[in-house]
Design a protein around this ligand. Sequence first.
Ligand code: PEP
Length: 253
Amino acid sequence: MRHKIVAGNWKMNKSLEAGMSLASEVINMVADEYHGNAQVVLGVPFTHLSAISKLTAGSTKVSVAAQNCSQFLSGAYTGEISVEMLQSVGAEWVIIGHSERREYFGETDAIVHEKTKTVLAANLKPIFCCGEPLAIREGGDYLNYVKAQLTNGLFAFSAEDFSKIVIAYEPIWAIGTGLTASPEQAQEMHAALRAHIAAHYGQEIADNTSLLYGGSVKANNAKELFSCPDVDGGLVGGAALQSREFTEIVKAI
Ligand code: PEP
């Protein structure tokens, strides 16, 4: 079934103490003020997963994501974090292939594919990120660029595995810039991605795939973006760092 999801990506922000306060505030505000069925996900730093997953354990709506994981299962990979470690501290989701990971840490489509495979094998839920840089957007070939990210990163999976993946379209020119894709731009891409999925996996699987939009989503633009027929929620960076702003985005779904 296609789920509505609002996921926050805290990136490398917040001490443990500040993160626990933020998570508690969001959990309480969502419980008090949001009465819909959307799932709310907090993408927190690795160091915070254990403590914050204990806070979300009592919530029916809010759960916790890691922002990355290793493509390897265990061994001599200094500084890396495995899916088994993530499971052991209560993560339910893993954000994979964020543009900052692709751009600053050299994650290729092949690596992102391996990571997604590892996450699925551990029964964690991947949020697979894709999106084009400004030059590709301006050059006009942005639909093919992002479709190729899906083909290369995901289309080797069986239909059963693919059905467990959530996709977040995040145009790089809109991440952290204050520039947001217009609802028309978001809808155009999401419809193209859904058609691309349908061509490979069939219409039913495409219709059941949750496609999130990310890129400067704020309380004042979320409703417009979430009202697009093929936008099933959002992946939110900067605005996820304040409980009131983030909760207003959740309420916009
Ligand atoms: C992100 O990092 O995934 C993101 C969408 O950031 P922001 O909302 O700050 O643009």
